[in-house]
Design a protein around this ligand. Structure first.
Ligand code: MG
Length: 252
């Protein structure tokens, strides 16, 4: 069942999501060659608690950290550790919080110093795929219109979309229905309605779409070792179109 949210609930969701994006913005600023992924996690957790929120990922199904940090061929769910970032890396940071019972969730992939042309294109295509999906998130449309827009943009740019992980509804739970694949046929899936709050998160590989989980039980990597990227926004569908709750707002 897809839980529709009231305007008041959407404002509470906005607050939680604003905490997430302000922390991601700060993380983007402190990233530089030499910093460890664990330092990024510690910073994120400290900031979450300072803002009166709780890390949503820490302890979720046993995940040990507040921030997922995934480098280069790591797609999602990377566990922060003593690894030092180096010039040329690309780093996906996925952050979730809960505050007043409502969840926030967003992810960005950022460059460390100067990166290759291919990596630059990958970040660009993946971020734009997210916006192509958001454009389709309108009342009266169908769920897989979002999926299809993401897939056609990515494949049209010569990259592939991961099949194994999907976007999701979000609210009083981190993961709610519906699941939102990043591939699919248009005019299919449930009808989109005002009040739906969705976390859209294209995951894009330079090579094959196939991924696997590392022996740590969490870190997902591309099977061919190719670079990959991940961007995520949480949005509310309104009568006036998509409202991106994770767009930085100076009022929060
Ligand atoms: Mg998510």
């Amino acid at each position: 069942m897809i839980i529709l949210k009231s305007k008041e609930e959407i404002e509470l969701l906005r607050k939680s999501n604003q905490i997430v994006v302000h922390i991601l913005k700060a993380l983007r600023k402190i990233i530089k060659p030499g910093i460890t992924t664990l330092e990024l996690d510690s910073y994120a957790e400290e900031q979450i608690r300072k803002k009166g929120a709780i890390p949503a990922f820490k302890g979720y199904r046993g995940f040990p950290a507040s921030l997922c940090v995934s480098v280069n061929e790591q797609l999602v769910h990377g566990i922060p550790d003593s690894r030092r970032l180096k010039e040329g890396d690309i780093v996906s940071m996925d952050l979730g919080v809960v505050r007043s019972g409502f969840y926030g969730d967003a992810a960005i992939t950022v460059p460390v110093g100067k990166i290759s042309q291919e990596a630059t294109k990958l970040l660009d295509v993946t971020q734009n795929a997210l916006y192509k999906g958001i454009e389709q998130a309108k009342a009266g449309g169908r769920l897989y219109d979002i999926s299809h827009a993401i897939q056609s943009w990515v494949e049209g740019n010569g990259f592939s979309v991961v099949r194994d992980f999907v976007g999701h509804g979000i609210g009083r739970n981190l993961h709610e229905e519906p699941q939102i694949p990043n591939f699919g046929l248009p005019n299919r899936g449930v009808q989109l309605k005002a009040g739906m709050v969705l976390a859209l998160e294209p995951m894009v590989n330079v090579g094959t779409w196939r991924v696997k989980v590392q022996p740590d039980g969490w870190t997902v990597v591309t099977v061919d070792g190719s670079l990959c990227a991940h961007f995520e926004h949480t949005i509310a569908i309104t009568e006036d179109g998509p409202d991106i709750l994770t767009l930085i707002s100076p009022n929060h």
